[in-house]
Design a binder for this molecule. Structure first.
Ligand SMILES: *[C@@H]1O[C@H](CO)[C@@H](O)[C@H](O)[C@H]1NC(C)=O
Ligand SMILES: *[C@@H]1O[C@H](CO)[C@@H](O)[C@H](O)[C@H]1NC(C)=O
Ligand SMILES: *[C@@H]1O[C@H](CO)[C@@H](O)[C@H](O)[C@H]1NC(C)=O
Ligand SMILES: *[C@@H]1O[C@H](CO)[C@@H](O)[C@H](O)[C@H]1NC(C)=O
Length: 480
């Protein structure tokens, strides 16, 4: 599989959808696209560092901006990335011989997919899943009049920027859906049962602000029956919560790239980061063996300008100005980061269960995030209405492939499981804060947030998933 330059979103977001009535206005973009007229690509990196941060990036709780524009010049060398990528992906080339198992394709459409690609996706998806269990992740959103299960008034763990009710989001329909797998039911999160299940256990989230978004949803869903002691330092991105009576701990390890990362300018987060792609971020990796469960994820940060180091030496970059540095893709760093992170979990002597929470697409429509792009839909898509954009398809495949590698290598130690959020979240353009993550300020325009998820909101379903996934693991121990 080649990563062609043409797969990069250079050009206006191109809507391709079945629901033709909606077609003209819509584009589902996972990273930001470059208008065709985008001038002087070679100089555009300079502009990047001057870009104003969106409103939900503040100095008190520094969060990442959504993906920056892609200033990759037409001569970016993607083939080099492909060569190394294939080296790390031993099974990607395998053909799908297993036609017996082919079912009617019920999942969402995969925009980039030729038949080969979608067959390949199905095959690897099958290989990383528990085949003896119902596939929780392929399904649709169905109405649920009973939601939500907490509000901004009952849960105080909601981060301001995701507190959509507080900031005046007028509609409530986005709270009235639940996830229905095709072949079974996904029970709603049940806080008491959950706390029984995890008594004596510890859970770590490793990732970026979307991982934290997930954790805060969990704390809110639990808040009906228990509230934790917050052991976090006020300004620390890393957090720790202790449910003392229930003997359950949650930690959040802030690690948006999963690997060792250095700033090139210690005072400016917008300057490119240096990634040491074959060295894990020891901040989490050195402690991970202490945990029973890990939910690991990474996403939008990989589209920012970055320098890539391998074996301690500069091996390439994404969107850097130097002509003599090899220009590689975000796929390159994404694959290496997961490879290194999973290897670190294995090598740390981790004996628990690590869940890969797959990429959650963003939903900027109409324009790029910093050009007024927004997410104003008020209901979920049906599967037939939307396709995963190329970028998302590639990131998702990379995650599945590296999960497969980790499962093979981890046979004697930790267990690696799929936590597939991609399809469900692709269908929720209505679940983002948009402009309801802050109060409006006169004469000031803010970028809309179509990356994170309102709380309460569709991300609460991730804890319906988590509850079932943990239950399966614990049941398995008793059966084994
Ligand atoms: C919660 O949101 C409502 C509006 O839906 C608002 O009136 C109220 O002040 C908010 N409460 C808190 C604690 O933010
Ligand atoms: C939770 O954290 C506390 C304080 O570090 C520790 O004493 C306790 O053993 C932990 N419990 C679990 C289940 O990890
Ligand atoms: C690129 O060129 C600059 C200036 O000529 C030099 O200092 C630097 O070491 C070169 N970098 C690489 C990776 O070759
Ligand atoms: C906003 O803009 C208007 C018109 O330009 C101006 O009269 C007003 O003073 C501005 N308000 C603030 C708070 O800057």
């Amino acid at each position: 599989m080649k990563f062609q330059a043409s797969e990069l979103p250079v050009g206006k977001p191109e809507p391709r959808r079945k629901a033709s009535r909606l077609a003209p206005l819509i584009a589902l973009v996972i990273v930001i696209t470059i208008p065709l007229y985008y001038p002087a690509l070679r100089d555009s990196w300079k502009q990047l560092y001057k870009t104003a941060l969106p409103p939900y990036v503040d100095s008190i709780t520094p969060m990442e901006p959504p993906p920056t524009e892609n200033p990759c010049s037409p001569d970016c060398h993607h083939d080099k990335a492909t060569a190394v990528d294939n080296h790390l992906a031993p099974i990607r080339k395998n053909n799908d011989k297993d036609k017996r198992k082919r079912r009617q394709q019920k999942g969402v459409q995969w925009k980039s997919s030729s038949d080969d690609q979608s067959r390949y996706r199905g095959e690897i998806r099958r290989r990383v899943s528990d085949e003896d269990q119902c596939d929780l992740f392929s399904g649709e959103w169905v109405p649920n009049a009973n939601g939500p299960y907490y509000t901004n008034d009952t849960c105080n763990a909601i981060q301001e920027h995701q507190n959509c009710l507080k900031f005046g989001r007028p509609d409530r329909g986005f709270l009235k859906w639940r996830w229905k797998p095709d072949d079974c039911e996904l029970p709603l999160f049940e806080p008491r049962q959950f706390l029984q299940l995890v008594r004596g256990k510890s859970l770590a989230f490793v990732g970026d602000s979307v991982a934290r978004n997930h954790m805060q949803s969990l704390i809110c869903l639990l808040s009906k029956v228990a509230n934790p002691v917050d052991m976090s330092e006020p300004l620390d991105q890393n957090q720790r919560y202790e449910y003392r009576e229930e003997d359950f701990n949650i930690s959040m390890f802030w690690s948006p790239y999963l690997v060792k990362t250095e700033k090139t300018d210690p005072n400016d987060e917008r300057r490119p980061f240096k990634l040491y792609l074959d060295e894990p971020d020891l901040h989490w990796a050195s402690q991970i063996a202490l945990f029973d469960y890990v939910v690991i994820s990474a996403g939008h940060w990989f589209f920012r300008p970055t320098y890539f180091h391998l074996r301690g030496r500069l091996a390439g970059c994404l969107y850097c100005p130097e002509p003599n540095v090899t220009h590689l893709t975000a796929y390159f760093s994404y694959r290496h980061a997961f490879h290194t992170a999973f290897r670190a979990i294995n090598e740390a002597g981790f004996r628990g269960v690590a869940f890969l929470r797959t990429y959650a697409p963003s939903h900027f429509e109409g324009a790029a995030w910093d050009k007024g792009g927004d997410c104003v839909r008020r209901r979920p898509y049906r599967r037939s209405e939307v396709e995963l954009e190329d970028y998302g398809f590639q990131l998702y495949l990379i995650q599945l492939e590296e999960l497969r590698v980790a499962q093979e290598e981890g046979r004697s130690g930790g267990t690696f499981k799929l936590f597939d959020a991609t399809v469900a979240m692709l269908l929720r353009p209505d679940g983002h804060p948009s402009r309801y993550g802050h109060w409006p300020v006169e004469n000031q325009t803010f970028a809309n947030d179509c990356v994170h998820w309102c709380l309460p909101g569709p991300i609460d379903a991730w804890n319906d998933f988590l509850h079932q996934l943990l239950k399966r693991e614990i049941d398995r121990l008793f059966i084994a």
